[in-house]
Design a protein around this ligand. Structure first.
Ligand SMILES: Cc1cc2nc3c(=O)[nH]c(=O)nc-3n(C[C@H](O)[C@H](O)[C@H](O)COP(=O)(O)OP(=O)(O)OC[C@H]3O[C@@H](n4cnc5c(N)ncnc54)[C@H](O)[C@@H]3O)c2cc1C
Length: 372
């Protein structure tokens, strides 16, 4: 199944941000790419993500460095056209629950120690940094991170897919659950129901389904993906521009003067039907919208216009999983929690590894082989 006579042929499995970004970066590097996905593009986690671009809080240095590089690539994209309404850099605001102000102060100190832009603010000073926040809602100690931003992943995927098409990429949607083909111990392509795609390398970027896809190859990647929900509000004119990460609601601006909302306190209210679909009582959705409204100056009526529920991809040890499988050469994996922040950089570095055969040092601690 070698395609040695033409450009390197890569099959990318999964039409979320990691698959699309890797596919476009592969095309930029001269590969021939087929992108195969189960349903439509952005129908998985990337279609229901808060997608706050950040490296806030505490984490190991290699992960922090990768996230900062991820934000850097978004900055470059932003600079190319700062008028886009789906990619903004207006900062992030965080505070912890009642009685946890010391945690916020410690988080701020940690961020400063990493030279991550972090300003300690109070209800009295928050308005000096970012507009539209209800001062009464803000914790006694809060953090404003001026360098953070947000992206709407479906818009970003559309944007990248224009380049994908222009560069001659082949897209296969509604392929059903596909699997990796292996020949003589090496990845050799992808099989969907009825059709196979030969390839020199395969990228598995199936979001929360990634562990199941590689399990068929005898590879274990622990999975800790929880069920999550993203709510989109009806349009509302409001001056808030920053992403809010607070004890009862996370809020980010969204194209069309809407807001995207999420949190985790209602996870137990989500139920799964026998056909696999999820639901949540509407009263819980309304409660989240109410919590979000209390954060905004003037307490505008926030109405939930739609909500999407599904798995949020999180590897078992919480760290990203990027790189080639030791036991199935030619099969690369991209599976991570912070896939919005890492979307561009992960695609770039993985494409580089596939095309050059040399491993990037910034992915060193994230190899799938660590679970063997
Ligand atoms: C509620 C929520 C909030 C989040 N907040 C943030 C945040 O603030 N910041 C941040 O950086 N990240 C955040 N994330 C995480 C981020 O959105 C995800 O990490 C990222 O979208 C994952 O992209 P992906 O391409 O890996 O997976 P997905 O978007 O899930 O795409 C995988 C695709 O693969 C397809 N697929 C699956 N199995 C197969 C198969 N066998 N064959 C073919 N196709 C298959 C699926 O249909 C899907 O379209 C959040 C996620 C959620 C859900």
């Amino acid at each position: 199944m070698s395609t040695a006579d033409g450009p390197r042929r890569v099959a990318v499995l999964g039409g979320g941000i990691l698959g699309v970004s890797t596919a476009v970066h592969l095309l930029r590097e001269g590969a021939s790419v087929v992108l195969i996905t189960e349903a439509e593009l952005a129908s998985g986690a990337s279609g229901r993500s808060l997608s706050w671009l950040n490296s806030a809080g505490e984490r190991a240095t290699p992960y922090h460095q990768l996230r900062v590089a991820g934000i850097d690539r978004y900055r470059t994209l932003f600079a190319a056209d700062p008028t886009r309404d789906w990619l903004r850099f207006d900062g992030g605001l965080h505070w912890a629950g009642t009685g946890a102000d010391q945690d916020t102060v410690a988080r701020h100190a940690h961020e400063r120690a990493h030279a991550y832009d972090s300003v300690l603010v109070s209800p009295e000073t928050v308005g000096d940094h970012t507009p539209g926040i209800s001062a009464e809602a803000v914790g006694a100690a809060a953090i404003f991170n001026p360098g953070e931003g947000w992206v709407s992943l479906p818009h970003l995927i559309d944007h990248l897919m224009e380049e994908f098409t222009a560069r001659g990429g082949e897209l296969v949607t509604n392929a059903g659950a596909a699997r990796v083909l292996v020949e003589e111990g090496r990845a050799a392509g992808v099989a969907t129901t009825g059709v196979s795609f030969a390839a020199d390398d395969v990228v598995v970027a199936c979001g929360p389904q990634t562990p199941a896809v590689v399990a068929e190859l005898g590879v274990e990647i622990p999975d800790a993906s929880p069920v999550s929900m993203l709510v989109t509000t009806a349009p509302v004119e409001h001056p808030v521009r920053t992403v809010l990460n607070t004890p009862r609601a996370a809020v980010r601006p969204n194209p069309g003067t809407t807001f995207a909302l999420d949190h985790d306190w209602y996870e137990e209210s989500i139920t799964q039907a026998q056909d696999g679909t999820y639901s949540i009582p509407e009263a819980v959705v309304d409660e989240l919208a109410g919590e979000a409204a209390t954060l905004l100056e003037g307490r505008p009526p926030l109405t939930a216009a739609s909500w999407k529920i599904g798995l949020k991809p999180i590897p078992g040890d919480g760290e990203p999983v990027f790189g080639e499988l030791d036991t199935v050469p030619g099969c690369f994996v991209a599976f991570t929690h912070s896939g919005a922040t890492l979307g561009l950089i992960a695609g770039e570095l993985l494409a580089g590894e596939i095309m050059t055969g040399s491993k990037h040092p910034m992915l060193e601690t994230f190899r799938p082989g660590r679970f063997a």
